[in-house]
Ligand binder design. Structure first.
Ligand SMILES: [Fe+2]
Length: 444
């Protein structure tokens, strides 16, 4: 099931249906605000699994026009109308519960023959969770923000206490306190969700451009990398992630190109950041840049290309224990759920899938990321890696093998010793040996 189309002129209602259809029915939803735009889209995609609309949108007779288009194009797509009684002999589904979104979502699930994914959760919760770490990046709250009472065991009994009004300063001490006691989410009103998403993205993009202080800039990058993981895991590729990726690639390329000493940069990362997955990505990228600088074929374009690999290679992990697994033996010995094992096995392939959905990605990036554990298809780990993997994939793997012990041993380790160990591990792999030779020329 994919590409469900909502045609509604009320963005808040459209977003609420989209959100609930996505969460509870697993549908990918496209939203159009009028018939004209909906038909333009249908002319392009020629199919959808379901169209959800009203009989009339403003003065337009939405239902009749969409039905006419379907007949003219000889395409069958079920239409669900939110606002009228069923008419006898007609195949269109009309929902009787005009304003009851809970009943309507259940009914849409019945019509489409889909089981609700998580019926224990309350459909159309008035409050929408926002991960606490988003508030590390927010100075002023965009909308009313609430905290859920910790005493409530089930959603129906939950009490939401207002923390910040719209435009109120986000008090850092409060956020730190919440982190300490293990609070994972704050809440906003569901109706404010799209406004929040838009303003959050605009604010971060502005912060990245304007922040003069290097420490703060890197803390913003660190925050964004958490946000990107959360967004991709929860919603898949979306406009927010597309904009953030573009900004991150450009800014990180500029920042890392300025860095001279690996050891100084490592000290800086340890002092200013604490998110292991970010530290690993960023240190690996810096080492990649140094290796590429020392390669005959190295260009600035390749550094930009590998920046996408650095940002996305382990992006599906929000738990660092999963990212620490780098071979079959570690995977077999780890105590993980089946879902976690699947995620580890397939993470390179999933990341590659995300990159194919990203507009303007440099050619071949999705292949390099697929190969970042040595396989061709992005599934599992291959030691030694295939000989015909991309030279940039080999550079990335060598850089990561240098970065991990540097981070874990907290500086007290010699890069020459690390390089010697990698050389021993891949004695006959030309692409690895070339990358290692280039790495030996790095300034520490
Ligand atoms: Fe990985």
């Amino acid at each position: 099931m994919s590409n469900s189309l909502i045609v509604l002129d009320d963005p808040e209602i459209a977003n609420l249906y989209s959100l609930n259809l996505n969460i509870f029915l697993g549908l990918d939803v496209l939203i159009k605000k009028n018939v004209y735009e909906a038909i333009a889209l249908l002319n392009l995609i020629k199919s959808a699994d379901v169209i959800i609309t009203r009989e009339k949108l403003g003065n337009e007779n939405a239902y009749e026009q969409i039905k006419e288009w379907l007949q003219q194009n000889d395409i069958e797509i079920p239409i669900i109308l939110l606002d009228r009684e069923n008419k006898e002999g007609e195949e269109t589904h009309s929902l009787n519960s005009k304003n009851d979104i809970k009943k309507n979502i259940q009914e849409i699930a019945n019509i489409l023959g889909i089981n609700l994914r998580d019926s224990s959760r309350k459909i159309f919760s008035e409050f929408y969770p926002v991960p606490l770490h988003y508030f590390d990046l927010i100075k002023k709250s965009f909308c009313q923000t609430f905290r859920r009472s910790s005493k409530a065991a089930i959603e129906d009994d939950a009490v939401y206490v207002k923390l910040f009004d719209a435009n109120e300063l986000v008090v850092r001490e409060k956020i730190r306190e919440f982190k300490k006691i293990g609070i994972k989410n704050l809440y906003i009103l569901s109706s404010a969700r799209s406004k929040f998403a838009h303003q959050f993205t605009m604010m971060i993009l502005e912060q990245i451009e304007k922040e003069k202080n290097k420490d703060k800039r890197f803390r913003i990058f660190e925050g964004i990398s958490r946000v990107m993981t959360h967004e991709l895991l929860k919603y898949g590729m979306n406009v927010k992630v597309i904009k953030l990726t573009k900004a991150m690639v450009e800014r990180i390329y500029d920042e890392l190109n300025k860095e001279r000493s690996i050891m100084k940069f490592l000290h800086f990362l340890n002092a200013e950041t604490d998110y292991y997955l970010f530290q690993k990505s960023i240190l690996t990228l810096m080492i990649c840049y140094k290796i590429i600088d020392n390669m005959d074929w190295g260009t600035e374009e390749q550094k930009k290309k590998i920046t996408y690999v650095g940002l996305y290679n382990d992006i599906v992990f929000d738990d660092e224990k999963l990212a620490r697994i780098t071979d079959d033996e570690e995977l077999n010995n780890a105590i993980l759920t089946d879902d976690e094992k699947d995620l580890v096995l397939n993470h390179a392939q999933i990341a590659s899938g995300f990159l194919t959905k990203l507009p303007e990605t440099p050619m071949g990036v999705e292949i390099i990321i697929k190969q970042h554990h040595g396989t061709h298809n992005g599934v599992g780990f291959k030691h030694p890696p295939h000989h015909d993997i991309s030279p940039l994939a080999a550079v990335f793997m060598v850089a990561e093998e240098i970065a991990i012990p540097l981070l874990e041993k907290n500086v007290a380790i010699d890069t020459e010793e690390i390089l010697y160990n990698i050389e021993e591990k891949y004695p006959n792999h030309n692409k690895f040996l070339q990358a290692i030779e280039a790495a030996k020329l790095m300034t520490r």
